[in-house]
Every structure is written in structure tokens, then in C-alpha cells.
Design a binder for this molecule. Structure first.
Ligand SMILES: [Zn+2]
Length: 233
């Protein structure tokens, strides 16, 4: 499938939108996998977002105010509200613009279709819903101390494929200037509509895709707990 057509529907723009972020992505690259923020506090700041859990215990997906954890087998769980995170970011999602795509056969094609709608230098929250012929996703196995940095764990990540599933993807686009704070470019985590499976999205074939975009106006940052005192990390 290629892009067959592009339908656009512009809705009323939302008022001031805020991205709340706890810690920075780079802290994971330095193997700081234990944070101080729990889900109860995170969910006060938003209903839509991404992250991970302490011990790198799966991929975090927050959708419609419900927190999910995709474990190392791609199975979805709803963690208790006292589950903690070393890195997460959420916003209150309200669609400002809708893009529809009859079908795309790759994630990069979907991203290329969305990119022209994004204002240069603006971060966006992006929700994608549709019927997926194929979803390829990943998650990390739970880590135990002493932790190894995230780049060393990439070869150990587990990947999964699901076919013919309806799914929703919680995504963001971050400009290059976010640097090590977050992940520049597109970043999606998905959950199947039956809420049985999920993970960090690697590849996608989707039909009847409904893509909702929300530009982000403000950024609220909370500093992390930090690493072991004296470790210099
Ligand atoms: Zn991810």
C-alpha cells in the first residue's frame, strides 16, 4: 500500500498546551533506571504520554489517562499507581488537527505524510488509530543492578510482531533542539485495542489511519532524582 489520498480536517486550536517531563532521556543512556516519580503524580500532569518504569521494567504508554506497561514479551499490564519511573513525559491530549490516510505500508511513509503538517521548531503530540496489517514493536527485559547503559541493552531488546489488529499509538514529534532531553524526531508506543499487547513501535502497516495532532506550547520539567552520590554520573 502507498499513500492513496490525504484527507484534512482542521478543528478549533486548543488553548495553551503543556508537556510535563520527568527527568531526561539521557539519564537512561547513563544507566540511571530508578526514578522518584510515581504514576499517581505523573497522571496528575497528563493523560497521554510515554516513558519507562524503574528497572527499565517495560515500555510506558499513557492513553486516555490509563497507564500501561508493555513487558519484555509485549504483553500489556496496568501497573499500580505507586509504580515509579526514571523517565516519562505526558500532556493533556486534545486534537487540534486531524489527518486521515487510507493506508500506508511503512512507518516512515506515515511520518512523511505527517511531517508537512508540523510547524518547524514545534513539538507535537500525535495520536494514530487504525487497523494494522502488521505491527512490529520492541520492549526491554527488566534490568537488575548493577545496571548497564541503554545503548548496551539494545542488542538484548525483544521484538514482537502482531498482524490484523486494531491499535492506537501514542506518539510525539520533537525538534532536533531537544538534544539529549528527549528523543528528536518521531517516537511512538502502541497498544492494541483489546489492550493485550503493546510496545515501542519499530514498523507498521496500517489502513484507515486517523492521525490527530496537537502542537505543544509550553514545557514543564522536573529534575531527576539523580544517580548514586559520588558516582559522577
Ligand atoms: Zn520508546
Amino acid at each position: 500500500m502507498n499513500v492513496l489520498a490525504l484527507g484534512l480536517l482542521t478543528l478549533a486550536p486548543p488553548a495553551d498546551t503543556v508537556l510535563y517531563q520527568y527527568s531526561v532521556l539521557d539519564t537512561l543512556n547513563q544507566a540511571n533506571y530508578d526514578g522518584a516519580l510515581d504514576l499517581a503524580h505523573l497522571l496528575q500532569r497528563g493523560d497521554f504520554g510515554l516513558g519507562t518504569y524503574n528497572g527499565l521494567n517495560g515500555e510506558m504508554i499513557v492513553l486516555d489517562g490509563t497507564p500501561y506497561r508493555a513487558d519484555g514479551t509485549g504483553t500489556l499490564h496496568v501497573p499500580a499507581r505507586d509504580a515509579r519511573t526514571p523517565f516519562a513525559f505526558v500532556t493533556r491530549f486534545r486534537s487540534a488537527e486531524r489527518v486521515t490516510l487510507p493506508g500506508v505500508s511503512t512507518l516512515s511513509t506515515l511520518q512523511a505524510a505527517v511531517q508537512p503538517r508540523l510547524r518547524v521548531g514545534k513539538p507535537y503530540a500525535i495520536r494514530v488509530q487504525g487497523r494494522c496489517d502488521r505491527i512490529k514493536a520492541r520492549s526491554f527485559p527488566t534490568q537488575t543492578p548493577p545496571y548497564r547503559p541503554l545503548p548496551e541493552l539494545v542488542p538484548t531488546q525483544a521484538t514482537f510482531e502482531w498482524r490484523d489488529r486494531r491499535a492506537t499509538f501514542v506518539g510525539f514529534f520533537m525538534p532536533q533542539y531537544v538534544g539529549k532531553m528527549n528523543a528528536p524526531g518521531f517516537h511512538f508506543h502502541g497498544v492494541t485495542d483489546d489492550r493485550k499487547n503493546g510496545g515501542h513501535l519499530l514498523e507498521l502497516e496500517i489502513r484507515d489511519a486517523v492521525i490527530d495532532l496537537m502542537p505543544i506550547d509550553r514545557f514543564e520539567f522536573e529534575f531527576p532524582l539523580g544517580g548514586v552520590p559520588g558516582s559522577g554520573r
